[in-house]
Design a binder for this molecule. Structure first.
Ligand code: C2E
Ligand code: CA
Ligand code: CA
Length: 701
């Protein structure tokens, strides 16, 4: 038997083909060969074998040329030596085929060198094929190695345990995170890491999985040597030996402590108040629901909710700062918690509102007595930086049944009762009944809607003229805010201003009125009505942190209007409440040229002494004062003396709410300077007010 050789001979000349076969046999080969004379045979044969060589007759006169066969070979990605058989005179042209990738050219007559070339080509082919395999293998294993290294680097914590669960290998990362040394870990079982968050059952399931040869993936909370803990995400891969039994487990873990803590924090934040660490509304409601469930199913623990709100809490934030406010809230929360004991759930529902769910009340009356004691306890002074802070709270009670059968409803009704208490006066307690509901709910709705109203452009400013009796001219306007509620229509400021004051919304609202008034002053200027001012109503809240002073200065700058065109209306009660704080701010404003009016004089205190103490320009006499005022009556004499006194102090007097001509005549007789009221005009939207101004003749009929 000669050396095996598989070749394709492409030739249309039988004799030539057999010449080749004879020659290779003569040289000691036993060839496996195919003679191809048609292109269709070529197509089917070349894929049949791992051919050692293809011998192509250059003179092959078939449909395709040797060159296109070579192209076809390359096209199919076949690496088979391609040898040309050519007569000597064809050699020069056949060389083109060499350039195109043919392996060699043999003289078709002599077949000189044929077997050497075939042997050489076969050797090289084998070498090429082996090289390719090694290359592929090398590349493959290199990738795998890199992948594993990468995976390990990423997954970082690695340990190997034997079949008995004894640690046989740990990497540096495990040493680092656990705080145990290599020596302490190796030889020990994984128990040294004291995993904390799995039940026995869960561990058993994990062992079942890996001891059956399956991979286990999960999260584990381990304890460090110093007692603190860390979280890892672990993949445990069991390895089988040749006999099929498991001989080791490799655990590859990732440190996920940061992620876990962040998750825990999120969970905590979702249910606890950050400032006081008390449960928030969501958790509180969940506890109430549970209580209701127990009461319904086992008749234990009558569910009663207490809602409480610190009276005038904003005052602390305003006067001592928010840090003080936070301190007081924490102290207050602590006090409630201590007083109520561990069995009660205390929650901070909102800024200064808390709720209590206690377990041992038998009735709402019972809870009322408890509140009485709690109130006493909460009255004790809270000390902060040398200040002694005294707080009272208003309470609301809602008992299961009468005040609802569901958690949310109960809580809402407890809050309604609490709001009702606020109305009764600070420090009161009320238990919920249905008559409170509608009124308070309406108020709560308004309070919610207020905040959205500015964005939605629901607020407008109307202007009401103030008429000077002597000059018969409009001397200024009062800015009166209007709220076009999307559902309720026009809401009176008398209804929403107190709520805006309670919620703090009065600040942006006043700023809005101020800006609108600035635009209105500018619009009058453009119509050549110079120096006609606009009076703005101020609530006590806007005096905090010099707000109003800064706003007025900003307004003058931004709108380029004179201070003299801006007026401020304050009420007596406002002035009295915080005299020390408000007086200097008003005086500063007055120094700039801003005019100050005392509003609603004649209602409330009507203390003449305040007229002297406050920096004023004008006194506005309340419309109730004009009711039934008749010449010669006590009322009339009082009115005259007020006007006199104001004049003595250098103030002008405006009478408000003048509807009748008679009233006007009387006021003129009494030397009143100005009047405001429906007799001149109702409050008007800005454009109508400007029209009014242009048409006004000064005549009153
Ligand atoms: P106020 O400052 O005493 O304003 C005068 C009120 O009397 C206005 O009611 C006005 O429309 C009404 N009025 C004017 N002339 C007559 C009249 O001839 N007859 C009658 N019966 N009423 C007349 P309005 O606009 O409902 O305002 C009510 C209160 O709301 C104001 O009383 C003021 O205290 C407050 N307010 C209005 N706008 C603002 C504001 O922008 N900021 C603040 N803080 N309070 C405002
Ligand atoms: Ca006013
Ligand atoms: Ca008034």
């Amino acid at each position: 038997m000669g050396k095996p050789l598989s070749i394709i001979i492409v030739s249309s000349d039988q004799e030539e083909a057999f010449h080749v076969v004879r020659e290779v046999k003569a040289q000691g080969f036993s060839p496996l060969y195919q003679i191809i004379s048609k292109k269709s045979d070529w197509d089917s044969r070349i894929h049949e074998e791992d051919w050692d060589a293809i011998l192509v007759s250059y003179r092959w006169n078939s449909e395709v040329t040797p060159m296109s066969l070579l192209d076809d070979l390359h096209f199919h990605g076949l690496d088979i030596p391609f040898i040309i058989l050519a007569s000597e005179e064809d050699f020069p042209i056949a060389l083109q085929l060499m350039q195109a990738g043919a392996s060699d050219i043999i003289d078709s007559k002599t077949l000189f060198r044929l077997t050497q070339v075939l042997e050489r080509e076969r050797r090289e082919l084998v070498f090429r094929r082996e090289k390719e395999i090694t290359q592929n293998y090398l590349e493959g294993s290199l990738n795998e190695l890199q992948f594993q290294k990468y995976a390990l680097d990423q997954a970082n914590i690695v340990s190997i345990t034997d079949a008995n669960g004894i640690i046989t290998y740990v990497n540096e990362k495990l040493v680092k995170i656990s705080g145990f040394s290599k020596e302490e870990l190796i030889g020990n079982s994984h128990r040294i890491l004291k995993s904390q968050d799995k039940t026995k059952e869960e561990w058993r399931m994990m062992w079942d999985t890996i001891s059956q040869g399956m991979t286990w993936v999960g999260e584990i909370k381990n304890t460090k040597k110093d007692g603190s803990f860390y979280f890892i995400e672990t993949t445990i891969v069991p390895f089988r030996g040749e006999d099929g039994s498991i001989f080791q487990y490799i655990a590859i873990s990732k440190d996920i402590t940061d992620r876990k803590l962040a998750e825990d924090q999120l969970l905590y934040d979702a249910f606890y108040d950050v400032l006081t660490d008390l449960p928030n509304r969501a958790l509180f409601l969940a506890r109430v629901e549970q209580r209701i469930f127990e009461f319904n199913t086992k008749s234990i623990g009558y569910p009663i909710l207490i809602s409480l709100n610190i009276d005038n809490f904003k005052r602390i934030n305003h006067s001592l700062g928010t840090e003080a406010g936070d301190f007081v809230l924490k102290a207050f929360a602590d006090r409630i918690s201590k007083f109520c004991g561990l069995n009660a759930t205390i929650s901070r529902l909102g800024a200064d509102t808390f709720a209590i769910l206690a377990i041992d009340f038998l009735s709402v009356e019972d809870a009322g007595l408890f509140i009485g004691k709690l109130k006493e306890h909460l009255k004790e002074l809270i000390e902060y930086n040398g200040y002694e802070i005294f707080l009272t709270s208003s309470f609301g009670l809602a008992g299961f049944g009468l005040a609802g059968r569901e958690a949310e409803e109960l809580l809402r009704n407890a809050e309604i009762a609490m709001f009702h208490s606020k109305e009764l006066g600070v420090g009161s307690t009320s238990s919920f009944n249905h008559s409170m509901k509608e009124k308070i709910q309406n108020q709560l709705e308004i309070q919610n809607d207020l905040a959205k109203g500015l964005e939605r452009r629901e607020f407008l400013v109307f202007y009401q003229p103030i008429y000077d009796i002597a000059t018969k001219q409009i001397v200024h306007w009062e800015a009166l805010v209007r709220w076009k509620h999307p559902k309720k229509g026009m809401v009176s400021p008398a209804d929403f201003i107190p709520m805006a004051e309670n919620s703090g919304f009065i600040l942006p609202l006043t700023k809005f009125v101020l800006e609108e008034s600035g635009d209105f002053i500018k619009a009058m200027e453009l119509l050549s009505f110079k120096r006609i001012g606009v009076a703005i109503n101020l609530s006590p809240q806007v005096f905090v942190h010099q707000n109003i002073f800064n706003w007025v200065v900003e307004l003058k700058e931004s709108k380029d209007i004179p201070f003299q065109s801006i007026q401020m209306e304050i009420t007596e009660s406002l002035a009295m409440k915080n005299m020390a704080e408000t007086t200097p701010i008003l005086a500063n404003l007055q120094d700039l040229g801003v005019k100050i009016s005392l509003d609603d004089f004649g209602t409330g205190y009507s203390s003449l002494s305040y007229l002297e103490k406050l920096p004023l320009n004008t006194v506005k006499i309340d419309k109730s004062f004009l009711n039934d005022v008749k010449k010669g009556s006590t009322q009339a004499r009082l009115l005259v003396s007020i006007i006199h006194m104001a004049h003595d102090l250098g103030y002008k007097v405006v009478a408000e709410g003048v509807e009748e001509k008679d009233q006007f005549e009387l006021l003129r007789e009494f030397n009143c300077d100005m009047i405001q009221g429906y007799l001149i005009s109702k409050p008007l939207p800005s454009q109508s007010a400007l029209d009014f101004l242009q048409k006004f003749t000064g005549q009153i009929d």
